[in-house]
Ligand binder design. Structure first.
Ligand code: HEM
Length: 265
């Protein structure tokens, strides 16, 4: 195998690492360690994600270093900030983020699990969708107006996302050297606020870089849900199946569903 590319990449990342270590800022860098070049604490965080202990992992960081601390996550030096002011600071920054396209399918999987385990939630959802289906000529496509009637379903979906947000790691990159809470955040470093304020729904992020796909995701979710509950009977193969975050949530056996089309009478 040609080792030139990995070796050059390693040297490049190592020089960035040494540059940040050596540069002087008006404020001190936050406490904490950047760990090994490139790898830093990424493996530890991935392990915590897998065990669904990411909050505990970040809390251990606060216990050790206080509410502002540094680490090296996924190849970038990162400043981790805690508290409501930190959330506002992160979300109102206009810089890049980590976005993935499989978030809607994760939301749908959690919705299916919630419906399978909560009879009253399921029957309310079925009622909402049957009313919409019965108000239309058979076979007619759903309209935007129909989607606006799926209020209960979207409330359930929102609660599912509040409890299990599909995307938990949102990073912002510092576009210039900045100061926060008496510490320097150098240009190019990441910023991350791990804990949203209690009971807040920030599954789609917030501020100028909030998810632009929110309405599309809502449409995909509600249309899928409509098809599932009005055209099929179904049950989960394992109602108690657990999931791991790697880093996005994934069910251990893929959340298998036994599904049967409802025959038109
Ligand atoms: C349940 C589904 C989805 C969830 C939970 C979700 C969540 C998120 C989150 C948390 C962010 C980062 C926002 C921030 O930093 O403040 C984001 C960004 C983004 N999302 Fe989504 N997303 C979903 C579906 C979609 C879909 C369907 C699309 C495209 C059709 C999409 C496109 C994007 C893009 C392009 C960004 C980057 C925005 C930017 O950097 O300015 N997302 N999403």
């Amino acid at each position: 195998m040609d080792l030139n590319i990995p070796v050059s990449l390693f040297i490049f990342l190592l020089s960035i690492f040494i540059y940040f270590r050596g540069k002087k800022y008006p404020n001190p860098l936050p406490p904490g360690s950047l760990g090994l070049p490139v790898i830093g604490q990424s493996l530890e965080l991935l392990k915590a994600l897998k065990a669904d202990e990411v909050e505990k992992w970040f809390q251990e960081g606060i216990n050790k270093h206080g509410p502002i601390w540094k680490a090296n996550l996924f190849g970038y030096p990162t400043v981790v900030l805690h508290g409501p002011a930190a959330n506002k600071f992160i979300y109102t920054c206009d810089s890049n983020v980590l976005a993935r396209h499989d978030t809607t399918s994760i939301l749908l999987a959690f919705l299916v699990k919630v419906m399978a385990n909560n009879e009253s939630v399921y029957s309310n959802i079925v009622r909402e969708h049957e009313e919409i289906a019965m108000s239309k000529p058979s076979g007619e496509a759903l309209t935007w107006d129909d989607l606006t009637k799926m209020k209960y379903s979207w409330r359930v979906a929102s609660e599912v996302q509040r409890i299990n947000p599909p995307a938990v790691l949102t990073f912002r990159r510092a576009m210039q050297d900045i100061e926060y809470g008496g510490f320097a955040i150098p240009k190019g470093w990441q910023k991350h606020a791990p804990q949203p304020p209690p009971f807040c729904l920030v599954a789609f992020g917030a501020g100028p870089r909030m998810c632009p796909g929110v309405e599309f995701a809502k449409m995909e979710t509600l249309v899928m849900l409509h098809r599932l509950v009005t055209q099929f009977t179904w049950e989960l193969v394992n109602k108690d199946e657990s999931f791991k975050r790697i880093p996005l949530p994934e069910f251990d056996q893929g959340l298998l569903v036994r599904i049967t089309p409802i025959k038109a009478s």
